[in-house]
Design a protein. Structure first.
Length: 71
């Protein structure tokens, strides 16, 4: 049986602020990951959420034009 988890408000705000159409380059990636780490350091997101945040930022980076999608 799968358990549905609810993300924290900080997680949801991070997704809104750092991912999406305005994610344009590696600088955006760096800012997103740094912000995620700071949220976890301040205990606003869990370690599990941090891993998911970095995973999502990595996925966004891989989808940018000019990045190797096969790596």
């Amino acid at each position: 049986m799968t358990r549905k988890t609810t993300n924290s408000p900080a997680f949801e705000a991070w997704v809104s602020d750092f991912l999406g159409a305005h994610f344009r380059d590696e600088g955006c990636y760096d800012k997103a990951v740094l912000a995620a780490e700071m949220l976890q350091h301040r205990r606003e997101v869990s370690s599990v959420e941090l891993v998911e945040m970095v995973r999502r930022a990595n996925a966004m980076l891989a989808l940018l034009p000019g990045h190797d999608h096969e790596a």
